[in-house]
Design a binder for this molecule. Structure first.
Ligand code: NAD
Ligand code: TYD
Length: 335
């Protein structure tokens, strides 16, 4: 199989690129990534000498680049990770979310359809369903009700993907996964931000009262689920992905500080995020029943491995948090 992975230099995309090359050594993988602040070729260093892996720097909104790549490579399948992915940034700068997440998806769909690609997988998020109260969980039939510019742009992209199936019978799947954590995650997201702040002796900023709930999944479990959807997903179907790991942000912060032997007094409550979704929870029974996927990691094991990885990869973290990140951090958290 010749596979195009877009956004493969980011957190989840780079995990999936490595997962695919390890588990399917006969596949050819091309990674198209614009290398925004979140894209980092250090995430893929181990593949530098790999014969069946190619990196192409390019933007999914650039139709000429995307078209030329499809013409040259004749891909069998596309998995689209490329996106602006951080809710807080979307609140301050929504434009680029519309451009990459919506327009970029439309370019990819259009070009993939033009070249008769046999499978298109859109990596989406449970955030398109909006927010839950204390009970229940999202199923694939839950209404779309996004609340942030990020989730609205991902929901818009999902609707375009759906329309290419309904209108053109183009073979798509949409996956909607809960909050990921693991190695190589950019430290603007809560878990690596906390790990880095402990390392730097900084406070841990918790929005509002810390009672908001997220449903955590280890990134490798997400990659395994995407493998199942890529190979066996039924055309036009949506699959939720999640591993039943709900924790309030406050409880999760305490758990992490405990693991890191750091004092809970580092926790500092800061003003709440605008439009902060209260709770996400995924019902993943469809992918389990239909495609036989089950998560492999408990939260305790995954979190311990994540902490160990960041401890053992301080160079990666040092490079990532130099320059732009420091400016972002002081601009965002000094408000
Ligand atoms: P990330 O921000 O770490 O990586 C995004 C990647 O996309 C980067 O490598 C970046 O350079 C690239 N990119 C951005 N704009 C691009 C463009 N215009 N053209 C080409 N490449 C571009 O994101 P992530 O956390 O790895 O998320 C990957 C995907 O998974 C996203 O689509 C996101 O919506 C989805 N998702 C993420 C989570 C999560 O918890 N992180 C959960 C569910 C779904
Ligand atoms: P985040 O990692 O940004 O993921 P998402 O917003 O996509 O769920 O945030 C996870 C949760 O942690 C969310 O409820 C917001 C909260 N949060 C904080 O309390 N403090 C922070 O500094 C950050 C970045 C997030």
């Amino acid at each position: 199989m010749k596979l195009l992975i877009t956004g493969g230099a980011g957190f989840i995309g780079s995990n999936f690129v490595q997962y695919m090359l390890k588990n399917y050594p006969e596949y050819e993988v091309v990674n198209l990534d614009a290398l925004t602040y979140a894209g980092n070729l250090e995430n893929l260093k181990k593949l530098e000498n790999s014969q069946n892996y190619t990196f192409v720097k390019g933007d999914i909104t650039d139709r000429a680049t995307v078209d030329a790549l499809f013409q040259k490579e004749n891909f069998d399948a596309v998995v689209n990770f490329a996106a602006e992915s951080h809710v807080d940034r979307s609140i301050n700068e929504p434009d680029v979310f519309v451009s990459t997440n919506i327009m970029g998806t439309q370019v990819l769909l259009d070009v993939a359809k033009k070249y008769n690609t046999q499978k298109y997988v859109q990596v989406s998020t449970d955030e398109v369903y909006g927010s839950l109260d204390t009970d229940g969980s999202f199923t694939e039939n839950s209404p779309i009700a996004p609340n942030s510019p990020y989730s609205a742009s991902k929901a818009s992209a999902d609707l375009l993907v759906r329309s290419y199936y309904k209108t053109y019978n183009f073979p798509v799947n949409i996956t909607r996964c809960s909050n990921n954590y693991g190695a190589y995650q950019f430290p603007e997201k809560l878990i690596p931000l906390m790990i880095n702040n402990v390392r730097e002796g900084r406070e841990i900023p918790i929005y509002g009262d810390g009672q908001n709930v997220r449903d955590w999944i280890y990134v490798e479990d997400h990659s395994r689920a995407l493998d199942r959807v890529l190979h066996d997903g039924k055309p036009g179907e949506i699959y939720n992905i999640g591993s039943n790991n709900e924790h309030s942000n406050l409880d999760m912060a305490k758990m992490l500080l405990n693991l890191m032997d750091a004092p809970e007094s580092l926790i500092t409550f800061v003003p709440d995020r605008k439009g902060h979704d209260f709770r996400y929870a995924i019902d993943a029974s469809k992918i389990s029943t239909e495609l036989g996927w089950e998560p492999g990691y408990s939260f305790e094991t995954g979190l311990q491995e994540t902490v160990d990885w960041y401890r053992n990869n301080q160079d990666w973290l040092n490079h990532v948090v130099s320059g732009d990140y420091r400016e972002y951090y002081s601009a965002y958290y000094s408000k």
